[in-house]
Write a protein that binds this ligand. Structure first.
Ligand SMILES: [Fe+2]
Ligand SMILES: [Fe+2]
Length: 243
């Protein structure tokens, strides 16, 4: 069973779009996906780009947790709720780095965008380097928060790690949303694009054994509750000074 799953994973990772279409047609594998698509269709279908962008939404909510940690770290490092920060970093790892980046963007989107050429292609190497740097920083955040309380020596470097990670990912996801994903969609035919949407659904299901996105939204919502970040109204900006 594991071997079958592994073989399927390898096939899906390496096969081209045409190969995948053939695989779908002959294996019955896509029958489940089609059925799932049908059910989803009743709820209104989510296309591949919308899927990727709403995954960014989960990651941006994780970035907000880091942003809100910075003043706490500056005021009193011992007050940082390390459990909730570690949960956030684990979610960023499993949902953002291991799934969204390694299973969707790096094997499917980046190669297609690079091959298509043009302005968007020039972003691919930088985006990949940022994925790699992000993983290093997440390793660091997990290591420091895993120790329980934040020591005084860790406060300043952890603050810098949060700030630089947030700035990098705000730029990273914004460029993907506005430049790279549109270029990827443009490079595919209507049919190829639809097939990629189905394939992404299958990968998500195989990776998480359930609806990974719904679960990630639930997890970040719980973290926000614990940290007192759940009420959106608190983020409404104050009125500007009178001029
Ligand atoms: Fe990315
Ligand atoms: Fe992304």
């Amino acid at each position: 069973m594991a071997e079958t799953d592994e073989s399927r994973r390898r096939l899906l990772t390496t096969a081209g779009i045409v190969g995948a279409a053939l695989f779908s047609a002959t294996s019955g594998f896509s029958a489940a996906a089609a059925e799932k698509g049908k059910k989803r269709g009743e709820e209104k279908e989510v296309g591949a780009v919308e899927d990727l962008m709403r995954e960014h939404g989960v990651l941006r909510r994780a970035l907000l947790v880091y942003v809100e940690s910075v003043p706490k770290l500056r005021a009193n490092p011992g007050s940082l709720p390390t459990d909730a920060i570690a949960r956030t970093a684990k979610l960023f790892r499993t949902f953002g780095e291991d799934y969204h980046e390694r299973m969707l963007e790096e094997p499917y989107i980046f190669p297609a965008v690079k091959k298509a050429g043009g302005a968007a292609a020039a972003y691919v190497d930088v985006l990949k380097a940022q994925h790699d740097r992000g993983r290093e920083i997440t390793d660091y955040i997990l290591a420091v928060t895993g120790r329980g309380t934040i020591g005084t020596g860790d406060a300043a470097p952890l603050t810098r790690a949060f700030e630089s990670f947030v700035l990098m990912y705000q730029n990273h996801t914004a460029r993907e949303d506005t430049i790279v994903f549109p270029a990827w969609k443009e490079a595919l035919s209507e049919r190829q694009f639809r097939e990629m949407g189905e394939r992404f659904e299958d990968i998500e299901h195989r990776q998480f054994g359930q609806d990974g996105y719904e679960d990630a939204v639930k997890q970040i919502g719980q973290i926000e509750q614990v940290l007192g970040l759940a009420d959106l109204a608190q983020f409404t900006a104050p009125p500007p000074p009178k001029t």
